[in-house]
Ligand binder design. Structure first.
Ligand code: 5GP
Length: 198
């Protein structure tokens, strides 16, 4: 019995990383499938843990060698799902969690119709806009760009299987864990369980 492929997406400012970090602490049966990117590491990010940080040439080589399940260009950098990382997690019986943007999520669903797509929503449009505005010292143009980006991303939410609202962090974490748990209870994922009763 192999695990489930989960895809988690959310616009910036929805707390995706905070929720998932907590989920991984509490759920040992799910693993994060580390993506590759050509963007520079941010402070505190570790190669192989947060991302596999690659040069553009190495990224292109991986695509050419069919080692990337999907990839996209986002804000001027390439991001891609590494086939091996997903396969290793699933083969070990774990659920594989991809943390990717909406186009990538649609691409994964096309290739793996059984993948479960989870979209994290803000409590309201107004709250998200306030969160994006209060992030720091960005210019008004940059803020407007982020808001427009979030609007585009939110328009994809209707294509997802599950919606988790991040109003209260603890509740959002529990909701995400409930989705993982529910998938385990799906008859199709219960292997030979019913055979015992025949
Ligand atoms: P960041 O640079 O903030 O870590 O990520 C920017 C965006 O790229 C986020 O929405 C993130 O989920 C997305 N992303 C990260 N890895 C992948 C990937 O492998 N494929 C796709 N399509 N998007 C990704």
């Amino acid at each position: 019995m192999s695990g489930t492929l989960f895809v988690v997406s959310a616009p910036a400012g929805c707390g995706k990383d905070t929720i998932l970090n907590e989920v991984f602490k509490r759920c040992s049966s799910a693993g994060y499938a580390v993506s590759a990117t050509t963007r520079a590491p941010r402070e505190g990010e570790v190669d192989g843990v947060h991302y596999c940080f690659l040069s553009i040439d190495d990224f292109k080589k991986k695509i050419a060698e069919n080692e990337v399940l999907e990839y996209t260009e986002y804000c001027g950098n390439f991001y891609g799902t590494l086939k091996k990382n997903v396969e290793d997690l699933l083969a070990s019986g774990k659920d594989a969690v991809l943390k990717i943007e909406v186009e990538g999520a649609m691409n994964i669903k096309r290739q793996f119709p059984k993948a479960q797509l989870i979209f994290i929503l803000p409590p309201s449009w107004e709250v998200l806009e306030t969160r994006l505005r209060n992030r720091g010292t960005e210019t008004e143009d940059k803020i407007r760009e982020r808001i427009a980006q979030a609007r585009t991303e939110l328009s994809f939410a209707e294509n997802y299987d599950y919606l988790v609202v991040n109003d209260d962090l603890e509740e959002a974490v529990c909701d995400m864990l409930a989705v993982f748990r529910a998938e385990k209870l799906r008859k199709a994922n219960c292997g030979e369980l019913l055979e015992r009763f025949k």
